[in-house]
Design a protein around this ligand. Sequence first.
Ligand code: NAI
Ligand SMILES: O=C(O)C1=N[C@H](C(=O)O)C[C@H](O)C1
Length: 255
Amino acid sequence: MNTVNTIKVAVLGANGRMGRTVCAAVEAAADLELVAALDAGDDLAQVAASGASVAVDFTVPAVTEANVHALVDQGVHAVVGTTGWTDESRARVADHLATSAEEGTAVGVLIAPNFGLSAVLAMTFAARAARYFESAEVVELHHPNKVDAPSGTATHTAQAMAAARSEAGVAPSPDATESGWEARGADVDGVRVHAVRLRGLVAHEEILLGNEGEQLTIRQDSFDRVSFMPGVLLGIREVVGRPGLTVGLENVMDL
Ligand SMILES: NC(=O)C1=CN([C@@H]2O[C@H](COP(=O)(O)OP(=O)(O)OC[C@H]3O[C@@H](n4cnc5c(N)ncnc54)[C@H](O)[C@@H]3O)[C@@H](O)[C@H]2O)C=CC1
Ligand SMILES: O=C(O)C1=N[C@H](C(=O)O)C[C@H](O)C1
């Protein structure tokens, strides 16, 4: 039922695996109203025309930045789960938001590589633990329909771990590899990230930390896309009161 305090929500990528799940979650939430469900080929002008104050983007890495700029131009807050973001693309959004605020329209954008509570906690714990171990590697495991690798979650995790290790003056992980580097995964700021694609999986991450004689393994599993929904709904409710760019749900959760 429509109430005065209802947040009107548009979903971009509404026909996709995540988009369909988000539409159902928004429709089931008493304080949210789904007013637009758009997919490839639809005119983004429909977002503002629908009266949406928040748009949720679960599309593809190739289009998500352009979508966010279009939403900011329309004065619509954005909750973004799509991967593929870089320091440069995030900086362009932050600049756009600053300009928009100077011109009198304060818009909030939340970009989160993972909205699952277990993943957000795993990333946070990994960043805290990273400086206490000589070796640190990340393994991400996903369904085989995923188009990007390594995952946004694994990249975010490795970057946070690398920053914590660098700040603490930890030496690079020991590694005597002389050949076969392609088997050692991607190098994300000095942390090796390995990507597995396997039928039957949804989204999983394992962070491996090693010292002489001991290992810490931090693992999280999303068995179903409903696991991302509490985080997405929290993002929708919070972004309207957070002008500017927020990166990572951990900041919304005050972790
Ligand atoms: N942050 C998080 O918690 C999560 C992030 N993801 C990320 O979300 C993204 C989407 O994942 P899936 O739903 O599995 O992919 P998907 O391929 O099932 O869905 C993507 C949808 O976007 C649509 N699309 C493409 N271009 C568009 C455009 N210009 N405007 C509107 N819609 C457009 C496609 O037609 C498709 O329906 C990926 O980048 C994935 O890595 C996925 C799960 C959780
Ligand atoms: O494509 C997916 O499925 C997922 N993508 C995100 C990522 O790349 O980290 C989040 C989650 O892992 C599911």
